[in-house]
Design a protein around this ligand. Structure first.
Ligand SMILES: NC(=O)c1ccc[n+]([C@@H]2O[C@H](COP(=O)([O-])OP(=O)(O)OC[C@H]3O[C@@H](n4cnc5c(N)ncnc54)[C@H](O)[C@@H]3O)[C@@H](O)[C@H]2O)c1
Ligand SMILES: N[C@@H](CCO)C(=O)O
Length: 353
């Protein structure tokens, strides 16, 4: 049985949910997926860090109510988060990066990924910063070292978009996309339609684990801008930076705007899009749009996301599914590990042939 040793960098909603899944589903995964996951290290800004070469019990990790610096009480633990030591020295096969997204320069997560790939460890991440800002360099480093840098959860949480578009739609000739790519803002707009006030709706999205550490990123469109960059660069072969994508959020929409849309059989949605122009360049944008109810994206509600991929050979293909949520995003990490596992199986078969 294959066992992957993993180190968790960040132990907030998403990585804690992954630990919960490990505690309850490792046997199922061993049977159905052919591997088990063993947590050999965790590092978190608030809790500190711990390296345990034989593995930490996932259930105990999830159920313990650690105080600030609490990992310092564990064998092999420290009250400080020493990410660099954990990433470079823990006996992990895979580093699971789920710290805060920094929309400006992607740090320190870019460094976390680089340290991992330089020390022979695969990276799976849900953090949009290193993908939107550092993907080219990190992918090249991974390839040079025969490793994987996987980030399905950086767009639409566990809903398959990146691998689906790259693998299943290969050859369909993508020309552009438009979508609802932020769960929090879509949830807030839906709540405002029921008469709830903007701040109360944002608070509820935070409580449900959808929002970024600073929810300004969600409601002002910074988060969607990173996702537009990720999809445009990955699927349209663009080379965009966040500053290349125009951005407007939903905070300027008033109750009167929402009401007026309802009365005219339409709905406000925060839309992220990109299109390949005739000269081959790619233009991306993020802005609220008032969509008629019959538009395919108008019915997408709550933290659900959807993206319509506009292809030459197949027309428009729309993928809908959860765009945020702790377990939903932890599933994206699992799907990345499955991709690594399947690729290593395929490589072994090729070697044996
Ligand atoms: N929650 C979601 O629905 C969702 C969906 C897709 C992607 N993401 C992304 O996944 C990542 C994790 O999301 P989350 O919901 O778990 O966030 P969270 O805020 O619940 O947890 C982040 C954790 O990382 C820790 N942390 C922050 N900076 C750190 C550092 N430098 N070193 C060590 N630990 C650090 C924090 O202490 C916190 O415990 C974020 O980048 C987020 O944008 C989240
Ligand atoms: N805060 C983000 C998480 C998923 O990237 C959202 O609400 O969509």
């Amino acid at each position: 049985m294959t066992v992957y040793n993993i180190a968790l960098i960040g132990f907030g909603g998403v990585n804690r949910a992954l630990a919960e899944l490990i505690a309850s589903k490792n046997d199922l995964w061993a049977r159905d997926l052919g591997f088990r996951l063993n947590i050999v290290a965790v590092s978190d800004l608030y809790l500190g860090s711990v390296i345990s070469p034989n593995g930490l019990d996932a259930k105990t990790l999830v159920e313990s109510k650690f105080a600030k610096g609490g990992f310092g009480q564990l064998s092999g633990g420290s009250a400080e988060a020493d990410n660099e030591t954990v990433i470079k020295t823990a006996p992990a096969d895979i580093i699971v990066e789920a710290t805060f997204t920094n929309p400006k320069d992607g740090e320190p997560a870019v460094s976390h990924c680089r340290w991992a790939l330089e020390s022979g460890k695969h990276v799976v991440t849900t953090n949009k910063g290193p993908v939107a800002i550092g993907a080219q360099v990190l992918k090249a480093l991974a390839e040079k070292n025969g490793l994987h840098f996987e980030y399905e959860g950086s767009v639409m949480s566990g809903t398959p978009v990146i691998r689906m578009a790259e693998k299943t739609l290969a050859g369909a000739e993508l020309k552009g996309f438009e979508g609802i790519l932020n769960g929090t803002s879509n949830f807030v707009l839906g709540r405002m339609e029921t008469g709830m006030d903007f701040s109360a709706a944002v608070k509820e999205a935070q409580e449900l684990g959808y929002a970024e550490a600073d929810p300004t990123a969600d409601v002002e469109g910074y988060d969607v801008r990173l996702k537009v960059v990720i999809l445009a660069n990955e699927l349209l072969g663009a080379n965009l930076t966040p500053d290349d994508v125009s951005r407007k959020g939903i905070s300027g929409l008033t109750a009167a705007d929402i009401d007026a849309a309802t009365k005219s059989s339409s709905r406000w949605k925060l839309i992220g899009s990109a299109v390949r122009n005739a000269d081959g360049s790619v233009t991306g944008s993020v802005e609220p749009k008032c969509l008629p109810l019959e538009h395919p994206l108008a019915a997408v509600s709550g933290a659900t996301n959807a993206v319509s991929l506009n292809t030459e050979l197949l027309g428009s293909v729309t993928v809908t599914g959860p765009g945020a949520g702790r377990i939903e995003t932890a599933y994206a990490l699992l799907s990345d590990i499955v991709a690594i596992h399947n690729a290593s199986g395929a490589a072994q078969k090729k070697e044996a042939a």
